[in-house]
Design a protein around this ligand. Structure first.
Ligand code: GLT
Ligand code: MN
Ligand code: MN
Length: 409
């Protein structure tokens, strides 16, 4: 059954091979689903209206494959992409699964491990080019510690930077044109991971040799593990011009990384996330980095995938409704400083008798620092008690939001 919430390529929804391919193994129980062939995943996702499929090198090519085996796998995969009108927007290197990475990749104390990690990335970049990917993600799943005595965290950051600089230089030299995204997580699988939040990553990026090549890939579950508001996290990245990719899922606050179906927890949080993305014209891929419950068989996996996408589109429609709602507009409009500025060109002292904020023109004064505006600001009289006595109607605003979300408005 098709309806307005049926996904299409234009929605730019993507899934990693490792997401729908998740076989339900957890630390306490074994696989519950058989493996799915990558080419079959491409076909199934295409049928569902997905735009692209992402992968780590070893989701497709086993770590010990020979060059011939690798080339054969890649050829078959490329054929499936062509047959089913799918693309690979993003690639990543698995720097966390193999035992060699047990104490980190770029930040390992062992120079041989660090060199191996970088070599693995260079090879993965080549794979990315073959598959047509433009975005390359680094999730430092093993870059951290349990034993703080084992690593100098300052030294670890220097190693991290050195590796990223080397890789970026290589990509430039080869004219690969990749944009790199750093994906933070506060912990798991390590006791503590370096650069634990999107804020940390944004700051770190500015210390790299080529900050312009690096953005972020925030993941909802990861920031929720740290108790953060994901819409705010995404807003900062967007505002910095660094949101080039995003990992959508759901998470019960502060738990281990649950990677639940998008929107299945904290629906209001998911709504404001979609709102911040849509209102600000985010046009990158919307990746669902999540997986089906362990209770599911293969059909449950496709139900999960469709559910993620439908929920996104339903929330997008709710955002439209919210933005057009006259009562909501009225409440929010009470704050916009739309009136003429009270500060005139002569810089005459302003008397603001009726300080309704709406017409005060104060916004203009503080937008630009100059002598005149400073004088105007310092001359301003504020009726603190009057300003503070105004009720802001947020109870009604939130209830209106909830009523839209609950489908009665
Ligand atoms: C891993 C992790 C994800 C990352 C993937 C990219 S791998 O599944 O839990 O959050 O996005 O490396
Ligand atoms: Mn992720
Ligand atoms: Mn996750």
């Amino acid at each position: 059954m098709k309806d307005e919430f049926t996904p299409t390529r234009a929605d730019k929804f993507t899934f990693g091979l490792w997401t729908v391919g998740n076989r339900g193994r957890d630390p306490f129980g074994d696989f519950v689903r058989p493996p799915l062939k990558p080419t079959y995943v491409v076909q199934k996702l295409s049928d569902l209206g997905v735009y692209g499929v992402n992968l780590h090198d070893n989701d497709l090519v086993p770590i010990d494959a020979t060059r011939r085996q690798r080339d054969k796998i890649v050829k078959e995969f490329l054929k499936a992409l062509g047959d089913y009108d799918m693309c690979v927007p993003m690639l990543s290197t698995n720097l966390f699964f193999d035992p060699i990475f047990k104490d980190g990749a770029f930040t390992s104390n062992d120079p041989e491990v660090r060199a191996f990690a970088i070599q693995k990335v260079l090879r993965c970049l080549e794979l990315g080019v073959e598959l047509g990917a433009h975005i390359f993600i680094f999730w430092g799943g093993r870059e951290g510690t349990e034993v703080d005595a084992s690593k100098d965290p300052v030294e670890a950051l220097k190693r991290y930077r050195e590796a990223l600089n080397f890789i970026a230089e290589y990509s430039l030299d080869k004219k690969y044109g990749f944009r790199f995204c750093l994906e933070p997580k506060p912990n798991e699988p390590r006791g503590d991971l370096f650069l634990p939040t999107t804020g940390s990553m944004l700051a770190f990026i500015e210390t790299l040799d080529h900050p312009e090549l690096f953005g972020v890939n925030p993941e909802l579950a990861h920031e929720h593990m740290a108790g953060l508001n994901f819409a705010h996290v995404v807003a900062q990245a967007l505002e910095a011009g660094k949101l080039w990719h995003v990992d959508l899922n759901a998470q019960k606050l502060t738990r281990f990384d649950q990677d639940l179906r998008f929107g299945s927890e904290d629906l209001k949080g998911a709504f404001f996330l979609v709102k911040v993305l849509e209102d600000n014209g985010y046009d990158g891929p919307r990746q669902f980095d999540a997986h089906a419950y362990r209770t599911e068989d293969e059909q449950g996996v496709w139900d999960f995938a469709l559910g993620c996408m439908r929920t996104y589109k339903i929330l997008k429609a709710k955002v439209k409704k919210f933005n057009q709602d006259p009562e909501i507009k009225e409440i929010l409009g009470g704050f916009s400083a739309t009136g003429p500025p009270e500060a005139d060109a002569s810089g005459a002292k302003i008397q603001v008798d009726d300080l309704t904020r709406r017409d005060s023109g104060l916004e203009k004064i503080t937008k630009k620092f100059n002598k005149k505006n400073v004088a105007l600001l310092l001359a301003q009289k504020f009726d603190r008690t009057k300003i503070a006595s105004k009720g802001l109607q947020y109870e009604r605003l939130d209830q209106l939001t909830m009523e839209i979300l609950m489908g009665v408005r």
